[in-house]
Design a binder for this molecule. Sequence first.
Ligand SMILES: C[S@@+](CC[C@H](N)C(=O)[O-])C[C@H]1O[C@@H](n2cnc3c(N)ncnc32)[C@H](O)[C@@H]1O
Length: 222
Amino acid sequence: MGDLLDRDGRLFLSRWLKAPLRTGAVIPSSPALARLMAAQVDLSLPGPVVELGAGTGVITQALLDIGVAPDQLIVIERDEALHRVLARRFPQLSITLGDACNVRDIVAEHGDTEAAAVVSSLPLLSLPDRIQWRIVDQSLATLMPGGSLVQYTYGPNCPIPRSLQYRHGCHARSAGFALLNLPPATVWRIDRPAVVRRDRLPAPSRRRHAPAMAGASSAAGS
Ligand SMILES: C[S@@+](CC[C@H](N)C(=O)[O-])C[C@H]1O[C@@H](n2cnc3c(N)ncnc32)[C@H](O)[C@@H]1O
């Protein structure tokens, strides 16, 4: 296996072996998937771009490559070993060792109240319902009007619960498919419109139920 994987691949695999559900993938995203994720960010919006679950930084690099300014990029990674690698690799960036559950507080600590985009490669579906709910709820609440939550998934459906889309006046659409990834992945973009038209929003799904603490419906994935 050592010969098949580069250094990042080996590090990622070791983190997956330690915490498979939280790491969510055996190897980092491909450059093709990273480019597709980054391409969803609207660079004309004034707020910061927040990346959740940066891993070894392949999507971080893609965000810099499309022109996100280093002082506009807030990167959050929970795994200490991966955080150390990111901090070494991107000394010009603000890399927070922290939990995406606290994304609003982390954005506020940077002096911002809203974000232009939240770019997440968190393994939502393998996290407990209560955690999924909190992360997605906080992420959508952090978006400025016109901003987007970007999330990839290996499954066929949008991993963002419809009831949460409805709650925040957002609308999900598939933004493309990265065949050159292991496994292939679909990128979803959940847009927060500048003006919310509730009559044009999808009705909340009845099939999915929220964790008790949230009092509404849930389910997400990666
Ligand atoms: C599927 S990997 C994606 C890594 C990288 N962005 C990529 O695309 O190759 C998910 C990453 O999310 C991190 N993660 C999982 N739960 C998290 C949480 N609650 N807060 C912040 N990061 C988290 C994991 O440590 C891992 O690095």
